[in-house]
Design a binder for this molecule. Structure first.
Ligand code: 0L1
Ligand code: MG
Length: 262
C-alpha cells in the first residue's frame, strides 16, 4: 500500500460525504497519483465500515464494468467490485428522488442470490452455478461522485464503484429454467428503447462475473457467504436519467423492473 492509514480514513470520509451530500468532487488520483489497488479497496472498505457503524447494513455485493459496452463507455478494461447498502434499495415501480443524487445513470443487471459460500481462488462458472439459489432481475442506479463521471479505476473503486440506488424485480427463477447467456434485456425510458443486450454481454456469462468476485475476495482472505445478493454488472452501457423519466427494463423470462425519477 502507498497511502498511510490517516489518508485512507480522510479519503473515505471525503468520498462518503460527496455521496451523502450529492456533491461532486475531482478524482482522488489527481492528488494521490501513486495510490495502488489495495489503497483503493481499503478506502472502499472504510466507507463500508463507516456505514455499518452508523447502523446501515450491506444489502449485496456488486460487480461493475463487466460488459464490453460498459468498459468501452468508461474507457477501461478491468471489472471492479463494490457493495450496495440497505438504504440504497427502492421498490419496484417506485420513485427515486433525482435531487438526492448528482448525475444518475441506470443499468440493467442480472442478479443472483447464493445458497452456499463461494471462496476463491479457483472459482469458475461451474462452481458458481452450484452455489446459485435463484436468479432475479434488477436495475442499478449508478452515480459517480466524480465530476462528469471522469475517473480512473482506482478512483472509482475507492468511490464504491458509483453505488447509489438499486431496484430489484420480484420475479425470481431457478437457474436451470434459464440460459443466462441468451437472456435478452431491453431498457426503455419514457417508452423509447435506449439499449438492449443479452446476458452474454457480461464476460460471456453473467456468472463469470461472480466467479471473478469470489476469486477477488479469496485473494484478500474473504468469501461470499451463502444468502448473498450479487449484481453481476450492467449488460448494456449506462443511460443518464432526468427528473420525470420513467424507466422500464424488460428481462426475458424474469419480468420487468420499473421506476420513476422525480
Ligand atoms: O456498476 C457499475 O458498473 C459501476 C462501475 C463504476 C463505473 C461507473 O460509474 O460507470
Ligand atoms: Mg452496475
Amino acid at each position: 500500500m502507498k497511502l498511510d492509514n490517516a489518508t485512507i480514513l480522510k479519503l473515505a470520509e471525503h468520498l462518503e460525504n460527496a455521496e451523502l451530500q450529492a456533491k461532486d468532487v475531482t478524482k482522488i488520483t489527481d492528488d494521490y497519483p501513486d495510490m495502488d489497488w489495495d489503497d483503493a479497496y481499503a478506502i472502499q472498505d472504510e466507507i463500508r465500515r463507516r456505514k455499518e457503524a452508523r447502523g446501515n447494513k450491506v444489502a449485496g455485493l456488486k460487480c461493475g464494468l463487466t460488459s464490453f459496452a460498459k468498459m468501452k463507455q468508461m474507457g477501461v478494461e478491468t471489472p471492479v467490485f463494490g457493495f450496495v447498502a440497505d438504504y440504497m434499495s427502492r421498490p419496484d415501480g417506485g420513485e427515486i428522488k433525482h435531487a438526492e443524487l448528482i448525475h444518475p445513470k441506470v443499468e440493467a443487471e442480472i442478479c443472483i442470490v447464493t445458497k452456499a459460500p463461494l471462496k476463491g481462488p479457483g472459482c469458475h462458472v461451474g462452481t458458481v452455478m452450484a452455489a446459485v439459489d435463484f436468479v432475479l432481475p434488477a436495475v442499478e442506479i449508478i452515480d459517480s461522485r466524480y465530476r462528469d463521471f471522469k475517473f480512473d479505476l482506482k478512483s472509482v473503486i475507492a468511490d464504491n464503484t458509483s453505488s447509489s440506488r438499486f431496484v430489484i424485480g420480484g420475479n425470481m427463477r431457478n437457474l436451470d429454467e434459464l440460459d443466462l447467456r441468451t437472456l435478452g434485456v431491453v431498457l426503455e425510458i419514457n417508452g423509447e428503447i435506449k439499449a438492449m443486450a443479452a446476458g452474454a454481454a457480461v464476460l460471456g456469462h453473467p456468472l463469470a462475473a461472480v466467479a471473478m468476485l469470489a476469486n477477488h475476495l479469496g485473494a484478500r482472505g474473504q468469501e461470499i457467504p451463502a444468502g448473498t445478493f450479487i449484481m453481476t454488472g450492467g449488460v448494456t452501457e449506462a443511460i443518464a436519467v432526468n427528473p420525470g423519466d420513467n424507466v422500464n427494463v424488460r428481462f426475458q423470462d424474469l419480468g420487468s423492473v420499473s421506476m420513476r425519477f422525480v
